[in-house]
Ligand binder design. Sequence first.
Ligand SMILES: C[S@@+](CC[C@H](N)C(=O)[O-])C[C@H]1O[C@@H](n2cnc3c(N)ncnc32)[C@H](O)[C@@H]1O
Length: 414
Amino acid sequence: MGNVTGPSASDWEAVASQGDVDGARRMFVASLQDLAGARAMFIHLAEALLRNDPIAAAHVREVEILLGFADSPGAIAGNGAEAEPLRAKMILGHMYRGLGRLTEACAAFRCAYDWRPDLDEPAGMLIQVLQDSGNAAGAAEVLREHSAIKLQPITSLPRWTRPETSPDAVSLYLDLLEKVVCNWIYGDASHPSYGDTKFDPARREIGRDLPVQAHSMIGLRRLRHLRCAVEAVIDEDISGDFLEAGVWRGGACILMKGVLAARGVNDRRVYVADSFQGLPPPDERFQKDLATLHDFFKRPELAASLESVRANFEKYGLLDDRVVFVEGLFKDTLPGLDVDRLAVLRLDGDLYASTIDTLEALYDKVSPGGFVICDDYGAVLDARRAVLDFRASRKIEAPMTAIDSDGVFWRKEP
Ligand SMILES: C[S@@+](CC[C@H](N)C(=O)[O-])C[C@H]1O[C@@H](n2cnc3c(N)ncnc32)[C@H](O)[C@@H]1O
């Protein structure tokens, strides 16, 4: 919380304790001039309301208006301060519940839950209020989702074993290509939005930095996995093309194309799908997308133009007419995409909408035995929610495997 420049909670307490309703009210409204002060005051007031403090009760409307701040977690996310609006929402939910206003209580707990569906407290309260309101089906759906998210964190999944490669020319080329696309070789710096800027091999290994120059941010381990997936579908003769939804500078797609070139495969295409303008803002179609705690759409470092990605393919000598650029938002471009079968579908759009739109549009085109890879399952709760929702809606039971602390995959069952 920043500096509190307006009246503080203890100033208010002093005026309120003298029974000065108007004075307390003026002070409260003055505190709204300053966001940090307002938040502190809000929490204090909400707690006072919980104690049935009659003077605090005069501020219910202001408390409601103030909640408008907490309705935009995107504005707060990024500075690690989301715990505060979460706590505020929970207090407000309890307050409304105590007043018997179940609809408002439900909305407050729902908001807290949507921010953090993995936490027990918001889920438990939302389930309870939905049940109290006679909405048993809604309660059951929250219970289902919360249990799935809790039961399937990435750490609970079996872990993929990274295979060693052989010293033949094809393997040596692909080993080098993996290292070049994530710039393991020269070790470029990381963007300041990802913490320490110094090149750290341990972070680059698992794709937990944001390279300033490299053509992929997914790290060595996920690149090796992707290469193995492409090699497996070639070796096992699993039909279909390759598609990545969310390519950034194109490095993962360049690696897929490099495997095809090195193995002499000329009859499969690589689809390179992106807005080429960075991530879109939260999508009105999905409450779960609107509830995101991330502000990726405000970050220009996550955008790469189509021209620059095409130029990157050219630099590696891997650009031909079997590299297909699919420009635009996934919800617009993927449903009607002219592709018959996919052998590897790689999801790397980070958001709930981006992940579920891609699965809805393309999952049915994945060949039996084909790979579905989600890059963000461990790192971005929104992507995990989308994967779990999609798997539940389609009753997909093919087991998931963790590639590292972020990526997961499963192979489509026949
Ligand atoms: C995390 S980056 C992808 C990293 C990349 N796979 C790599 O190898 O480095 C996410 C990308 O997804 C794209 N993206 C996210 N949501 C999208 C959407 N709904 N439609 C189109 N592009 C989207 C962004 O433009 C961005 O390039």
